[in-house]
Each structure stands twice: as C-alpha cells, then as structure tokens.
Design a protein around this ligand. Structure first.
Ligand code: GTP
Ligand code: MG
Length: 195
C-alpha cells in the first residue's frame, strides 16, 4: 500500500458521531504525549494535519483521517495525563469504551510506547487488555531517534521482556522524526486490513 491521499474527516466527542462509511479503521493508542499524532502525520507524510503539541493531552477527541478514500485512521485521546479532572477522565473512558464496543470496522490497533522508558503500568494494562481482545495489534516503540542504537537496543529488550509478561506481541521500533519503521508499519496496516 502507498499512502497517496489523506484528509482530516472529523473530531468525535460521542460514539454516535463516528463516521458510518464502511471503511476499515486502524486506531492509534498510547499515553498522552507519546507521539500518536506525530506518528500519524509521518505515515501520511503530512507535517501537521494531526495536531501535535509539547503540551500533553492535546488530542481529547477521536480524530478520524481518511486515507486513499478507503481507510480510516483513528487518533485516540491519550491516557495517563495527570492534569485531568475526574470528570474528564470519566468522559475519556466512556468515549474509548463506546468506540471499542461499537467499532465493527476496527481492524487493528497500533499501541505506542516510548522507546526510552519502561512501559508504564497503564501501558501494560492496555497491552494486557489488547492481548485478550480479539483484534490484531502491534506495539510500536516510538522516539527511537532520541537514543543511540546501543541504548535503544538495550531499552527495547527490557521493555519487550516486561511486555512479554502480560501479552504476546509483535513489536516495531519507530521514529516520527527520521521515518524509521514507517514502511514496516504501513505493511502491517496493509496486512491487517486485508485479512
Ligand atoms: P496527545 O495528543 O497529548 O495524546 O499526544 P500525542 O501522543 O499525540 O503526542 P504528539 O504526537 O503530540 O507528540 C508529543 C511530542 O513528542 C511533540 O513535541 C512531538 O514533536 C514529540 N515527538 C513525537 N514523536 C517523536 C519522535 O519520533 N521523535 C522525536 N524526537 N520527537 C517526537
Ligand atoms: Mg495527539
């Protein structure tokens, strides 16, 4: 698959607003500020179609992007952002839950972790959940450009062995800055939407 055409479709605050077109969907999940929107931009080769920010918690809604007129990318709002009110956290959980329960067209989930750090307890919780759910998912360790090759390999080994305790996963190092992992990720997406 080549990503030739991309457009922003809509931001969704309630499950009732999710686009109804019969396109397969790939969702991108991970803690706030991990780099979901940057990764989506890199996949689309668009500089800032998905809004990115140094301020965690930028993406609060489900953002839908249309790829090649036949595929939706879904930028999920990040978790693990401390400066959220209880009401906001509840709204987040309800929105994600409603999406996951009703998303008949969800074909795969790309779960991001930060290549520099051990997975957080929340990361592990989500990964364990994905391991039980009946949906293909891939763990992507992003921001690898921030580490030397040697450090990256060591940290990724540690993260992988922690993750292996909670689920069996496929794993891909990635960088939105350099494009490392982009073609492998596109191949994975292509594979899961065809199966
Ligand atoms: P929320 O919308 O808050 O959930 O965050 P997000 O996961 O969408 O993160 P976002 O893409 O906005 O990136 C957060 C910060 O990390 C930004 O300052 C990005 O420029 C930076 N960043 C993201 N990916 C990379 C990467 O691969 N390498 C480097 N060096 N910086 C990155
Ligand atoms: Mg974002």
């Amino acid at each position: 698959m080549q990503i030739k055409q991309t457009e922003f479709v809509k931001s969704v605050a309630h499950a009732s607003q999710i686009p109804t077109q019969a396109f397969p969907q790939i969702a991108f999940s991970g803690r706030s500020n991990v780099g979901k929107s940057s990764l989506i931009n890199r996949l689309m080769n668009r500089r800032n179609l998905a809004q990115t920010s140094n301020t965690p918690g930028k993406t609060r809604l489900l953002n839908f992007y249309l790829i090649n007129q036949n595929l939706h990318f879904v930028d999920l709002p990040g978790y693990g952002f401390a400066k959220r009110s209880k009401a906001e956290k509840k709204a987040w959980a309800e929105l994600i839950d409603a999406y996951l329960r009703t998303s008949e067209r969800l074909r795969g989930i790309v779960q991001l972790i930060d290549a520099r750090h051990d997975p957080s307890p929340e990361d592990l919780e989500v990964i364990a959940w994905l391991g039980e759910a009946n949906i293909p998912f891939l763990v992507v360790a992003t921001k690898v450009d921030k580490l030397s090759k040697n450090r990256a390999r060591k940290q990724l080994d540690i993260s992988l062995s922690t993750i292996a305790d909670v689920a069996e996963v496929d794993f891909l190092p990635f960088s939105s800055t350099t494009g490392t992992g982009r073609s492998d990720l596109i191949n994975w997406i292509d594979h899961v939407i065809k199966h």
